[in-house]
Design a binder for this molecule. Structure first.
Ligand code: HEM
Ligand SMILES: CC(C)=CCC/C(C)=C/CC/C(C)=C/COP(=O)(O)OP(=O)(O)O
Length: 302
């Protein structure tokens, strides 16, 4: 097992490493759900301010990701998937990541407040604090249910986007929050099944490590069922229309079919494209599809 002596490597940090620190690939979907919240909201925000609001969500998410990596540098060094990140690989010192994360957090929240309103800024602040303190520092090292509660951090972006336009939070953004909230366990546990040896090596009590594969597969199935209800809720409550309803129905049926394949398996082969990897990859596309449909529906049928 590789142990990197952190803080002793004080190589000049390249700007690319600061970008890597923000987890840009994950951020694409965070930004997209935030953008959809903003575009689905009634009312008008000047395009420059709308762009600024989305930028703030991206910067806030990047700040949270940087603080997550500042805190977890030694854990990341023990996992194959994360060992090449800037801190464990020794390309950046921890202080830089901390300063970058704290600076960016304040900058994104204050800019959001000045450019849009302080409700959007407050929700952005809550999501950063939630990801860093509730998920990363408190729950992740302690309980296998870490992502069920901690996942709420990633569910805030559509609420932030909506609040940036309207200055309030109504039923649709709450429904979109619920959708991401219940989507997160199947999204993450599908991945956790094929990287479970990594988490075991790092001593992180992720569900497949603590409760085993069978329990994880059942939990994925359980949360998929709740997520399906959350996915259909916007149309049942008449918050969205038929286009969203059709996309949500078809995409959720496929999600459930894939989760069922995962449920039927006993063991994961991390080297192959099994049902677990397929579900993880599809989970990302699924959220893109549903959020895209919310906006398309509002714009075409509102
Ligand atoms: C606590 C909740 C969550 C956990 C624990 C989690 C965990 C993960 C992990 C470990 C990865 C692999 C990424 C990597 O290797 O760097 C991943 C990928 C991804 N996550 Fe999540 N995730 C969560 C919530 C979310 C949310 C809320 C979103 C967006 C709305 C999201 C979007 C993505 C995307 C787009 C990828 C794929 C990145 C790629 O293509 O490499 N995740 N997630
Ligand atoms: C606006 C705002 C602040 C949004 C936050 C978005 C957010 C919390 C997304 C969570 C996504 C994510 C990559 C979790 C990784 O879990 P991990 O940290 O356990 O993954 P790792 O093992 O790859 O470090």
């Amino acid at each position: 097992m590789t142990t990197v002596t952190l803080d002793q490597t004080r190589l000049p940090a390249h700007w690319r490493d600061f970008v890597a620190l923000t987890k840009p690939r994950v951020m694409t979907l965070v930004v997209f759900t935030g953008l959809c919240g903003l575009l689905a909201a009634p009312g008008h925000l000047h395009p420059v301010l709308a762009f600024t609001a989305i930028l703030c969500i991206a910067l806030g998410a990047g700040a949270a990701a940087s603080l997550n990596q500042w805190y977890e540098a030694d854990i990341d060094a023990k996992m194959k998937r994360t060992a090449s990140r800037p801190l464990p690989a020794g390309r950046m010192d921890r202080q830089s990541a901390l300063h970058f994360g704290v600076g960016l957090s304040f900058f994104s929240v204050i800019l959001m407040g000045v450019a849009t309103n302080w409700l959007a800024a407050a929700v952005l602040a809550v999501s950063i604090l939630f990801y860093v303190f509730i998920y990363t520092i408190w729950l992740k090292p302690r309980t296998a249910q870490n992502i069920v509660i901690g996942g709420a951090a990633g569910a805030f972006p559509p609420v932030i986007g909506w609040a940036a336009v309207t200055g309030d939070i109504s039923a649709l953004p709450v429904a979109l929050f619920m959708l991401i909230f219940f989507w997160t366990p199947p999204h993450f546990w599908a991945l956790a099944l094929f990287v479970k040896t990594d988490y075991a090596a790092a001593g992180i009590p992720m569900l497949p490590v603590v409760s085993g594969e069978v329990a994880t597969r059942r939990q994925i199935w359980f949360y998929t069922a709740i997520m399906a209800v959350a996915a259909m809720a916007p149309v049942l409550l008449r918050l969205t229309g038929p286009l969203y309803g059709t996309v949500a129905l078809l995409a959720t049926a496929l999600f459930a079919a894939m989760a069922f394949q995962v449920l039927r398996r006993r063991e994961t082969d991390p080297a192959r494209m099994g049902p677990e990897k397929r579900l993880f990859k599809y989970s990302v596309l699924y959220l893109f599809l549903l959020f895209g449909a919310v906006v398309a529906d509002r714009w075409l049928f509102a």
